[in-house]
Design a protein around this ligand. Structure first.
Ligand SMILES: [Ca+2]
Ligand SMILES: [Ca+2]
Ligand SMILES: [Ca+2]
Ligand SMILES: [Ca+2]
Length: 336
């Protein structure tokens, strides 16, 4: 009996419609009888319905006929794939034997994978200490091989800790002092193809100073220390300069102590500043002399010789206060 063998078929995939992969089935010698054989496709890495249209049937050779073909429709697409294979298998021969019963169909992929496009999101101005989200969610892959893999890296500024380097919207807490942070985002499509990176700039700014006031006593005695406190309603990283109006200028914190050497009326100026704002506030301070010595000097009273021993004197003191001076009046009377 003659032998049946099947050749391989190879086809370039195309982008739409179908293209035929041709398999030739050959009879080793012409036969005087009708020869038939069953054929059927089988999946390899190519999948029926997705990459090709599966077929099966019976192939018949009339007497004297030695070559027939089976055409398998391969589905075109624009997916970037590996080259794939399927099989066309022969079985159940009549009036022949099978010497090579399997043809290999190769679908040669003709598509390219375009690189994904990273989008690191808009630049942002944020306040020190703020919670900040980077947003790479507008990154795309032109041929739709999703999901993307994300890779964030900080490239400048005070180091921060990202909640994750591999999500589309990582979070971090801005540093407590002004800085300019830069990050790059790289994305890779689902086929493992990397795209070009994109970068984003986050400017970390101070909060503006608002409502500066000076709190403290309105008057103080010469050579005694005066405590003054600067208070702001808002503002970060505030530094203060104090001018006490007597020639003393001090860079200090919000609470200062000062001692005046001379009486007078002084204007204390405090300037509060940070990287985005400057505010000034003033306060009048009255510097006075100390109150008079508080000791009481009793008058020396001379007694007449003729007074009796039982005569006794009582001395009363009446004190009146007039600002810083004290006035004492002495009254005395004889006790009987
Ligand atoms: Ca294609
Ligand atoms: Ca395909
Ligand atoms: Ca393809
Ligand atoms: Ca792609």
């Amino acid at each position: 009996m003659p032998g049946l063998s099947i050749g391989d078929g190879s086809v370039v995939e195309g982008n739409s419609g179908t293209v035929g992969a041709v398999f030739t089935v050959t009879l080793s010698a012409a036969s005087g009888r009708v020869v038939s054989v069953t054929y059927a496709t089988a999946d390899g890495t190519a999948v029926a319905g997705a990459d090709y249209i599966g077929v099966s049937g019976v192939l018949t050779f009339t007497p004297g006929e030695v070559s027939r073909t089976v055409i398998v429709a391969v589905l075109g697409d624009t997916l970037d794939e590996d080259d794939e294979t399927f099989f066309l298998n022969l079985s159940n021969p009549t009036n022949a034997t099978i010497t090579d019963g399997q043809g290999v169909g190769t679908i040669v992929d003709d598509d390219v994978n375009l690189p994904p496009i990273a989008d690191a999101g808009p630049d942002q101005d944020v306040l020190v200490g703020a919670t900040v989200y980077l947003d790479g969610s507008n990154s795309t892959d032109p041929d739709g091989y999703l999901p993307l893999e994300y890779k964030w890296e900080q490239t400048g500024g005070t180091p921060v800790i990202l909640s994750s380097q591999t999500v589309s919207r990582p979070m971090f807490v801005a540093p407590e002092t002004p800085t300019v942070l830069t990050f790059t985002l790289s994305v890779t499509d689902a086929l493992g193809l990397p795209g070009s990176a994109d970068s984003v700039v986050i400017i970390v700014k101070d909060e503006a100073i608002a409502e500066l006031i000076v709190i403290g006593a309105d008057s103080v005695v010469v050579s005694k220390s005066l405590v003054l406190t600067a208070v702001v309603a808002s503002g970060t990283n505030v530094i203060y300069q104090w001018d006490f109006g007597d020639g003393t200028v001090l860079h200090a914190g919000p609470v200062v102590t000062h001692t005046y050497g001379m009486t007078g009326t002084y204007t204390v100026m405090v300037t509060a500043s940070n990287s985005v704002s400057v505010l000034t506030a003033a306060k009048e301070v009255e510097v006075t002399n100390p109150p008079l010595d508080n000791r009481i000097y009793l008058p020396l009273i001379m007694m007449n010789e003729g007074k009796k021993a039982q005569d006794r004197m009582s001395i009363g003191l009446a004190k009146s206060v007039n600002d810083t001076s004290l006035r004492y009046a002495v009254n005395w009377r004889r006790l009987r």
